[in-house]
Design a protein around this ligand. Structure first.
Ligand SMILES: [Zn+2]
Length: 283
């Protein structure tokens, strides 16, 4: 049973701090996290699932946000519905967010842009995403699994995603953000990049991050593109195949390319370095 002291939450503004406080108040909170229970404890009177056109979710609350309802697009898949619910709860619990919000699927993938005002609508959406990711994949819980000090692995991401009842993609992004080593993931379909993601403070620029670009021909990923089974493969490859050099860090000669062949031509590629990354000496 969750126990939430809303007064303690009211003074916090950053998504991460609010989630940490919820976690702090409920140290025995079991995975997978029950968002419905949390919503109920925070004053959400109803979560309605309806077929929505053009939006994924909405928050309709009173102006003091002491109570409200959340509407979720019932046409979305299970994991997306969970993520959207986390996002709307973010709007509800982050004090400076509005009390009436309607959010599109584009809003669900918005990331913080430090070059624009923090309270711009784009960053408000990004904060709600940060809240949802933190809530569904709590850092204290992840740290207990000791997965970020071990070598990166797709099997580990899969294990965590199943445990937390989140999508493999959402979990892979979070994993890349929190791992001790620089980790990158590339999601492709029929060997065309859907998106590439480098976690936290990755030292190198991923060459294949742009939607629609072709997976490099000589990569392991490309060689497995026609295989259609749920399998894992890995190999060492030239780091320069995937990453660009830069003036701050020495790009190692090789990186590990681990490939997860999913169904219907979808592939996830995890990239990481066995060698320590060294800074370049100043000239
Ligand atoms: Zn939103």
């Amino acid at each position: 049973m969750l126990d939430i002291d809303l007064m303690e939450l009211a003074d916090l503004h950053r998504p991460k701090d609010i989630v940490s406080e919820i976690y702090h108040q409920n140290p025995g909170w079991d995975e997978p996290v029950s968002l419905e229970e949390l919503a109920d404890r925070c004053g959400i009177k109803e979560i309605r699932y309806e077929s929505l056109k053009g939006i994924e979710g909405a928050l309709i609350a009173n102006d003091t946000k002491s109570e409200g309802i959340i509407v979720i697009n019932s046409d979305a898949r299970h994991h997306r519905r969970r993520y959207t619910l986390g996002h709307e709860l973010g709007h509800y619990l982050i004090p400076h967010h509005g009390f009436q919000m309607s959010c599109t699927s584009k809003d669900m993938s918005t990331k913080i842009n430090k070059d624009i005002k923090m309270n711009s609508s784009q960053n408000i959406e990004a904060e709600a995403n940060e809240f949802s990711a933190n809530l569904l994949m709590p850092e204290p819980w992840l740290n207990k699994q000791k997965c970020f000090s071990r070598e990166p692995s797709i099997e580990c991401i899969k294990f965590l995603a199943d445990k937390l009842d989140v999508s493999f993609q959402a979990c892979a992004n979070r994993y890349a953000d929190l791992h001790d080593r620089p980790v990158a993931v590339v999601f492709s379909h029929m060997l065309k990049v859907q998106y590439g993601y480098t976690g936290g403070e990755h030292p190198f620029w991923l060459r294949y991050a742009k939607r629609g670009s072709s997976i490099p021909n000589s990569s392991l990923t490309a060689s497995l593109g026609k295989v259609d089974d749920l399998t894992f493969h890995n190999d060492e490859c030239d780091a320069s195949l995937w990453f660009d050099e830069n003036k701050y860090y020495c790009l190692p000669e090789t990186c590990i390319e681990e490939v997860y062949v999913q169904e219907d031509g979808y592939i996830a590629t995890l990239l990481w370095f066995e060698d320590e990354i060294e800074e370049k000496e100043e000239e």
